[in-house]
Design a protein around this ligand. Structure first.
Ligand SMILES: *[C@@H]1O[C@H](CO)[C@@H](O)[C@H](O)[C@H]1NC(C)=O
Ligand SMILES: *[C@@H]1O[C@H](CO)[C@@H](O)[C@H](O)[C@H]1NC(C)=O
Ligand SMILES: *[C@@H]1O[C@H](CO)[C@@H](O)[C@H](O)[C@H]1NC(C)=O
Ligand SMILES: *[C@@H]1O[C@H](CO)[C@@H](O)[C@H](O)[C@H]1NC(C)=O
Ligand SMILES: *[C@@H]1O[C@H](CO)[C@@H](O)[C@H](O)[C@H]1NC(C)=O
Ligand SMILES: *[C@@H]1O[C@H](CO)[C@@H](O)[C@H](O)[C@H]1NC(C)=O
Ligand SMILES: *[C@@H]1O[C@H](CO)[C@@H](O)[C@H](O)[C@H]1NC(C)=O
Ligand SMILES: *[C@@H]1O[C@H](CO)[C@@H](O)[C@H](O)[C@H]1NC(C)=O
Length: 506
């Protein structure tokens, strides 16, 4: 394909470039690349990868990845800074109050139904948002999820085209990557979502500032190195747009720094949802809301206490029946305990997250590289709700309603400068016109070229005719062989009983 262009000769190429610039004056110039050049996106999440873990000098693979791509100084996660809520925000572009996964533990006050990481399978919890994999499938694409939260759930009538049957934290990282690479290489998917539970798990156990975390960060770096090598070996090194991000950061906590709620309120008066450091209080009697609230007001300098409609607007965490009438949020580094805390896994934590999402310690990473992304670019932080429209843009999908905006992230993408129009188009990227700079010279240039524009237009039409439609005919796919993963295995935040660091070294 590439050679075909150059047979046209430099003059014609220049002309076509002019024409493309003229035609692309409409705000979104969208071409229809041939199937084999269709865009491919792989989203990778390393749970709890705090933004500044990249500054520890332990990440040569990330460093080289970033040299070829883009990096945000950090990413803003959404409140609450928790695993499932933020993974679903990344997938849907919606704030938690809008997609409805507002905690790793949730409560349906009308039915008494509970959501936990063991009991998460009922679709009804997930229907508030349309995840990117469903958007992709609805528009003719095929998505593969390897351990990404939501993998096992039928959402809006659809499972991912490819998935593993059940989350399994000990399933080797290497094997996850091997499967994902094969799915791209054999043309089964155009979108992949890949999840790793580290460095979150070790961050909880060791504390983010522990020197022992270096080995964990290094292991994650080797994982990225292995992924990029596998993609290169499959001839996909420069074909796939790879986005590496995370759900939240991590901050040190101490078992001594906690507020015991029973010291202030009779625990018989309420039910609670525990997403420490965020606790939802559901008074049994509506009349007790004010009673409990008043007792907790000012009880501890280490806990913010909110009635639901007082929850800070910037949290976008209010407008959902799954958010409790009273919300408690511990200050950074603190915990809230209810009842007999003996045996609580939080006592063993040296790191935690879930706090105010504007704290530096809560920010995760965002890096990306591939044919759609610019190279060697460092950008200002942006919110993770923008990742959904970004992926939609790259894949040429019509996004579902969301809280992100392409404007916030379009600088990450290559612009349609004259030369990049041609190179990126061949890789199937939707490019945007450069800011209009109609100098007199340009106008004269176009006027002079005017006489032969018609000839060039014919060339362009011929070129367009050569492009085949992006959409593949729907094909039948078989699910990945069931490697007899059974039983339940919790993701992150799951306590420490199965702790056997580092359990996933590759
Ligand atoms: C899922 O939840 C809905 C709504 O709460 C309920 O009606 C349904 O019975 C549940 N399904 C299963 C399989 O538990
Ligand atoms: C625990 O609280 C003490 C007193 O406020 C503070 O000095 C210390 O930094 C806290 N520990 C952590 C891990 O935040
Ligand atoms: C609780 O379950 C009912 C019954 O399925 C459902 O209609 C309602 O939307 C659910 N409420 C919440 C807050 O999830
Ligand atoms: C708290 O629980 C532990 C074990 O779970 C038990 O040994 C202890 O007696 C309990 N303490 C109180 C005050 O109930
Ligand atoms: C959250 O943290 C930011 C940054 O430290 C601070 O400006 C803001 O006031 C905090 N918000 C709340 C509700 O504590
Ligand atoms: C987020 O998007 C949803 C869906 O479009 C919308 O209902 C909601 O109002 C938006 N939230 C904000 C804060 O704009
Ligand atoms: C592609 O690879 C995946 C993963 O190995 C496999 O499950 C699937 O059957 C393959 N599909 C095709 C069409 O070869
Ligand atoms: C999880 O994966 C490991 C490694 O493949 C396997 O040995 C184990 O049986 C799996 N666990 C479950 C519950 O399937």
């Amino acid at each position: 394909m590439a050679a075909w262009w150059w047979k046209l000769g430099p003059v014609n190429v220049l002309l076509c470039s002019f024409l493309l610039t003229v035609f692309s004056a409409s705000p979104y110039y969208k071409q229809a690349p041939s199937t084999s050049d269709a865009p491919l996106v792989l989203l990778v999440s390393f749970d709890g990868f705090r933004w500044d873990y990249l500054d520890r000098n332990k990440t040569p693979s990330f460093d080289s990845f970033v040299r070829d791509g883009v990096k945000a100084k950090y990413l803003f996660d959404t409140f609450a800074s928790k695993t499932f809520p933020n993974h679903y925000t990344i997938a849907t572009g919606l704030y938690q109050e809008s997609h409805g996964i507002v905690g790793n533990n949730m409560y349906n006050v009308s039915t008494g139904a509970k959501f936990t990481l063991r009991h998460k399978f009922n679709s009804s919890w997930w229907e508030g948002g349309e995840p990117i994999w469903v958007t992709n499938q609805n528009q003719g694409g095929h998505s593969g999820l390897i351990m990404y939260p939501g993998m096992e759930i039928q959402i809006r009538g659809q499972y991912p085209s490819y998935r593993l049957p059940k989350y399994n934290s000990t399933f080797p990282y290497e094997e996850r990557i091997n499967i994902m690479t094969r799915l791209f290489a054999n043309g089964s998917i155009n979108l992949g979502l890949l999840y790793f539970r580290e460095p979150d798990h070790s961050g909880h156990m060791l504390g983010p500032n522990s020197p022992d975390m270096d080995a964990v960060i290094q292991m994650c770096d080797e994982t990225l190195g292995y992924l990029m090598k596998k993609l290169r070996d499959a001839g996909l090194g420069d074909r796939v747009d790879v986005i590496v991000t995370s759900d939240h950061g991590m901050t040190p906590v101490s078992k001594d720094n906690f507020t015991q709620l029973d010291d202030f309120v009779d625990p018989e008066l309420y039910y609670y949802t525990d997403n420490n450091p965020v606790i939802g209080i559901w008074p049994h009697k509506e009349s007790d809301v004010d009673v409990i609230y008043n007792k907790l007001q000012g009880a501890s300098p280490h806990v913010s206490v909110y009635l639901k409609d007082e929850i800070p607007a910037q949290y976008h965490y209010r407008d959902n029946p799954r958010i409790a009438p009273i919300l408690l949020v511990a200050k950074e580094g603190w915990a809230i305990h209810v009842g007999n805390k003996t045996g609580s896994h939080f006592l063993n934590y040296k790191g935690n997250h879930g706090f105010n999402n504007s704290l530096m310690s809560m920010h995760p990473i965002f890096v990306a590289r591939g044919p759609s992304f610019r190279q060697g670019l460092l950008v200002e932080p942006f919110e993770n709700v923008n990742i959904y429209p970004l992926i939609c843009k790259i894949l040429g999908l019509e996004p579902a309603p969301n809280n992100g905006s392409l404007e916030n992230v379009q600088d990450l993408l290559k612009y349609s400068e004259l030369v990049t129009i041609m190179t990126t188009n061949e890789k199937g990227i939707i490019t945007e016109p450069p800011p209009s700079t109609w100098s007199t010279g340009t106008v004269i240039g176009i006027a002079v070229a005017g006489a032969i524009l018609l000839v060039a237009a014919c060339l362009l039409l011929a070129m367009c005719a050569r492009q085949r439609s992006y959409r593949q005919q729907p094909r039948e796919y078989t699910p990945i062989a069931d490697t007899s993963l059974e039983g339940v295995d919790e993701i992150a935040d799951s306590g420490f009983s199965s702790y056997n660091y580092p359990n996933t070294k590759i």
